[in-house]
Ligand binder design. Structure first.
Ligand SMILES: [Ca+2]
Length: 384
């Protein structure tokens, strides 16, 4: 597998539930090295800045910052801008970090500060939840299909599928979506996997897919489809970035137990100069803040509390929205700033208790079509 020149991918030495023979780990240590080496990082920033400063006026406009914002998005694993309101919201936040919410041009110093913050944040995230790069070439899926656990596992998946009017094809597609990289299957919902692997694999089953749905037809046709998938993966191995993130509330506990850090985080929400708090939130004539903004405020605190951004993980969205709803009760729609901060702290506390009782573990698998280190030009070392 491709390794970039700085060797940011390292062989994973510890044991892992992933059985694939070909996998590598990104743990952020190389990003850390880049940012902490003043000389190398300055050189990196100079190069990036020059590349972005199209009109050479020594400042970066909102327009000129776009490629950097897109790169950060790609490095965070977001889909392209404009494909989902959730991720667009995060792109807007990234841009806001650079421009502090204004439309003004920024200097190289400002650019360097924000870039360094992003990269360090990214490195810390990778350290906590390393990303494992898997090359899925059909071998593991082949093993799975041959193994004695194949039948019982597929029957159990079959019994979980609820498609009252579904065709045999619908059942098989659903079953592929339920397989994971552990069984050697790349995420079947990925558009590239759907059109290059899954659809051709099913097409060659032809009329067999017209049969009525039963345990027998499901097992037999799924097996044939899986064998086709093995063949297609052999011809077009798929690179998948896999990470396992556990949200257990420890990040919130750390934040809440450190008053200084907490105040600092809450302060970010409030800009003393303008009298405005975080993005888009304004106060009414009486200086009160609408409780509608609790969600946005929680989202702004997410990173420092070890939580995913709202919209990124369904199970976490449910927990966070539930907590907001719980404290959003009461008649008054607006509250004073102190009360707002208190509510926010209580929401965090409630999410913490919930996660400590029932940690949420999510497995994130995304297909990368190029070696990950070059999928974002942000992390490419400057050319000599
Ligand atoms: Ca410029």
């Amino acid at each position: 597998m491709h390794k970039n020149s700085s060797g940011s991918m390292k062989e994973k030495s510890s044991s892992s539930s992933i059985s694939s023979t070909s996998h590598e780990v990104m743990d952020g240590s190389d990003i850390m090295e880049l940012v902490e080496n003043e000389k190398v990082f300055s050189n990196f920033v100079d190069h990036k800045f020059q590349e972005l400063d199209i009109d050479c006026d020594g400042k970066l406009s909102v327009q000129e910052l776009q490629p950097a914002v897109n790169d950060i998005g790609a490095a965070l694993g977001l889909p392209a801008q404009g494909t989902s309101p959730h991720s667009d919201h995060i792109y807007a936040e990234v841009l806001n970090e650079f421009t502090h919410g204004t439309q003004e041009k920024i200097s190289k110093t400002e650019f360097k500060e924000v870039l360094s913050d992003f990269l360090l944040g990214m490195a810390a995230g990778l350290k906590r939840d390393p990303v494992i790069i898997l090359r899925i070439d059909g071998e593991d899926l082949h093993e799975f299909v041959k193994s004695p656990t194949f039948e019982p596992e597929m029957l159990s998946i079959y019994s979980e599928i609820e498609l009252p009017d579904g065709s045999l094809k619908d059942y098989i597609i659903k079953a592929f979506q339920k397989l994971t990289v552990d069984q050697g299957m790349p995420p079947a919902t990925d558009p590239w996997v759907t059109s290059n692997i899954l659809e051709p694999a099913l097409e060659s089953l032809g009329n067999a897919l017209q049969q009525p749905v039963s345990q027998e037809t499901f097992l037999a046709e799924f097996k044939r489809a899986a064998e086709n998938v093995v063949q297609l993966l052999k011809e077009q191995p798929t690179i998948v970035a896999h990470s396992q993130n556990t949200f257990d509330g420890s990040g919130i506990r750390r934040l809440l137990s450190n008053k200084f850090e907490l105040d600092k985080s809450l302060c970010i929400l409030y800009n003393a100069d303008t009298g405005f708090c975080f993005k888009g939130c304004t106060r009414d004539r009486n200086g009160k803040i609408s409780k509608e903004y609790l969600g946005v405020a929680l989202d702004s605190l997410a990173a420092s509390a070890g939580l995913p951004p709202l919209g990124a993980v369904d199970q976490m969205d449910d927990i966070m929205n539930e907590a907001i709803k719980m404290f959003d009760a009461g008649d008054s729609k607006t509250v004073k700033e102190d009360e707002f901060k208190k509510l926010l702290t209580e929401i965090l506390g409630s999410i913490m208790l919930q996660l400590e009782g029932n940690p949420v573990s999510v497995s994130i698998n995304s297909v990368v079509h190029e070696p990950i280190a070059s999928s974002s030009t942000l992390l490419q070392p400057p050319s000599p």
